[in-house]
Design a protein around this ligand. Structure first.
Ligand code: FES
Length: 287
């Protein structure tokens, strides 16, 4: 299993035995004997997990945990303690440590707790990854195949963009950069084409796409209140998409149905004379 781990313990023997147990499993392990040294290492290096003793001379483990909590909340923490029932472990748990190792611990317990902690850190990173990066990673091979098949044909950029949009549903900056790099052209050229043609979109669409008209006829009939209500109900901004990808939200300038103002279009359904208080009922129809 992969992961960069920092062991912090004033007893060198604990560091050495952790290294001996974890390194053969594929972990990259480093050790320091004080919290101060740990802070320096963490400022300069990329770590996924810190396994720290609580009781250390000088700056103790709890202070280190506070510091990590403030400076790098994404870092996983496991605590080594001889007294799992003491107040400090409760405080450490409140700071979101993943688990603790009661001293003395067996090699198997260290391996189990480390694997659990590394998995938790990876899951959190995955969750926080921008949606477009996750999308491009998931379809990377298909996109590369499209690029490979087309790149040597003249005028290949538009067909590549069209086919990539068919695969991904949209053309976010990440994929524009990838295409530019593979075609050996400036990103600005790719971006220029994507923004010029209206059939290209840079925003992901939900299963249901809501378009709120903010044209003059709709605006004077409280379209802004409708928009605010939709944002509140879905918890997204204009151009956004809900986490479950069910709904996305756009605004437009006149949908050509001014007689029905204010207008909201969901997919291909036009809702006219929309009352802000009825917004929730409209959305519920599509859930
Ligand atoms: S202004 Fe909204 S449909 Fe025309």
């Amino acid at each position: 299993m992969e992961g960069n781990i920092l062991i912090v313990d004033d007893e060198e023997v604990v560091i050495k035995s952790c290294e001996r147990i974890l390194t053969p499993e594929g972990y990259n392990v480093k050790g320091v004997t004080s919290a101060r040294d740990a802070m320096e290492m963490l400022k300069n290096g990329e770590f996924d997990l810190v396994i720290t003793d609580l009781k250390m001379p000088g700056v103790d483990g709890l202070e280190l945990i506070h510091w990590i909590h403030k400076s790098n909340p994404r870092l996983g923490i496991v605590v080594i303690t001889g007294y799992p029932s003491q107040e400090s472990i409760k405080e450490a748990l409140e700071y979101g440590i993943i688990d603790y190792l009661p001293k003395p611990f067996s090699p198997q317990l260290l391996l189990d707790v480390t694997e659990k902690a590394i998995n938790a850190v990876k899951a959190k990173k995955e969750e926080e990854k921008p949606i477009e990066v996750a999308d491009v990673e998931a379809k990377y091979n298909e996109i590369m195949e499209v690029i490979r098949k087309n790149k040597d044909k003249p005028g290949s950029l538009i067909p590549i963009l069209q086919q990539t949009q068919e695969i991904l549903g949209y053309l976010p900056p990440t994929v524009q950069r990838l295409i530019a790099k593979e075609l050996n052209i400036p990103v600005s050229e790719v971006h220029g084409v994507v923004s010029f043609y209206s059939f290209f979109t840079m925003k992901p669409k939900g299963k249901h796409n809501l378009r709120v008209c903010l044209g003059t006829a709709c605006y004077v009939k409280r379209a802004n209140e409708i928009l605010a209500k939709i944002k509140e109900v879905l918890g997204i901004e204009e151009g956004g998409i809900t986490k479950d990808r069910k709904f996305s939200l756009e605004t437009v300038r006149c949908l050509g149905a001014c007689g029905l103002a204010p207008v909201v279009v969901v997919d291909h359904d036009t809702h006219g004379a929309v009352d802000p208080v009825k917004v929730e009922d409209i959305i519920k129809k599509y859930e």
